[in-house]
Ligand binder design. Structure first.
Ligand SMILES: [Zn+2]
Length: 77
């Protein structure tokens, strides 16, 4: 992978620059400081494939832990 991708914003055609964004997962988790490409003109954030995969793994992990936590609460009450 030596060729640099020329990426442009789908909405306004602006330049994309590496930065950080906040990710709201469907299960209600907000992950801050997620590396993403940010449009320099409209501020739209693009999460790339590999980062999205990692976010998926985080969600799976958290989902599993939440199930464990739920089990603890249910046995305690
Ligand atoms: Zn844009």
């Amino acid at each position: 992978m030596s060729k640099r991708m020329e990426m442009k914003c789908h909405y306004c055609g602006g330049q994309l620059k590496g930065g950080k964004t906040e990710y709201n997962s469907p299960m209600g988790i907000i992950i801050r400081g997620v590396p993403a490409l940010i449009c320099t003109s409209c501020g739209k954030a693009y999460i790339t494939g590999q980062v999205a995969e990692i976010l998926d793994k985080i969600e799976d992990f958290v989902d599993e832990k939440l199930k464990e936590a739920t089990a603890i609460v249910q046995t305690e009450t």
